[in-house]
Design a protein around this ligand. Sequence first.
Ligand SMILES: *Cc1c(COP(=O)(O)O)cnc(C)c1O
Ligand SMILES: [Zn+2]
Length: 388
Amino acid sequence: MESPRSFLTHLECPECHREFNADRVQTFCQDCQSPVLARYDLTAAARSFNPAGVALRPRGIWRWSEILPVRRDKFRLTLGEGDAHLLPALRLGSSLGLTQLYIKDESTNPTGSFKARGLAVAVARAMELKLREFVIPTAGNAGSALAFYAARAGVRAHVYMPKDAPPANQAEVRQAGADLQLVDGLINDAARLAGDLARKKHWFDVSTFKEPYRAEGKKTMGLELAESFNWQLPDVIVYPTGGGTGLVGMWKAFTELESMGWIGSHRPRMVSVQAEGCAPIVQAFKTGAKRADPWQNAHTLAAGLRVPVVFADRLILRVLNESKGTALSVSDTEIIQAQKELAQSEGILAAPEGAACWAGLQHLLRDGWAKTDEKIVLFNTGSGIKYL
Ligand SMILES: *Cc1c(COP(=O)(O)O)cnc(C)c1O
Ligand SMILES: [Zn+2]
């Protein structure tokens, strides 16, 4: 079987629309301090693959290679990520009168979280562009994912993690043989250190949105959702938002699918759930701001949501507004309760970030923002096993 080709054409800054050569190493738009996004020749891609063909390919993210950035098959790194189950949540749903509640359960990804999707693609594309040493600041799961994909690729990873990150994440990074540096501070403090070292030592910095391709990996969640619902997107997607890669990536996936003629114009309302102790996007959304202010004294047990400075804030807020979505925060007490309910009524051992979505949906129903007969998808972004 001939391996699929990528229809990647260039990268684009969503703020100033400047174009960047995608076959060189790129980071972000320095002028706008904005992420840059991958662009594809979608007309040509649509001529070269179709929904029926995608369904027949081996499971995983590389089924979508035409609209992913890696050009040669030998660089398509995999540990079996993607194609996480979309589980109907009948018991949980009916407890609140919901008739169409689903959970996209990302906990089955390698290294136990959806970070695998993003890092698989970022490391694969970086390898193709001849990069061999990586650095990442992380709240936990991204560091684990980088460590394991770097091991799989046979290259070096340096992981900068707050010292209060889940011990399981620290152990995972060490187990994979990566260089683990514990930082006295938050993910943005780790990011500053990682950025300095990247410049000094010529390591490639794969921080959230500081390179273009993690978002492409996470985009596959949106592609899979569209396919699972037979190319009719649901009404509401509830997503635990830290750096926003998944939210922005899925929205981009929907635009690309429509451009290829695979879906129509119906879009889900996108909901960002954050923790009360760190909710910069919620605050910005409520005030109608275009940018999010840094959050002071961030604290929550949901480590993946402890992101006080959001580099892709403009993109996230645009998705929430364009989709007629919303943003809301939940308390750690609600998260713990929601985690129990997911475990006991659906058998899902959810990460606190994933559980936050179930807690958030309860707010949306109470406020009448979501209706009980709508098709609603919650994202369980990781496994709860790391937090036990
Ligand atoms: C990183 C992480 C998040 C936040 O994801 P973004 O796409 O960066 O917003 C949510 N849940 C878990 C389990 C995570 O590891
Ligand atoms: Zn720009």
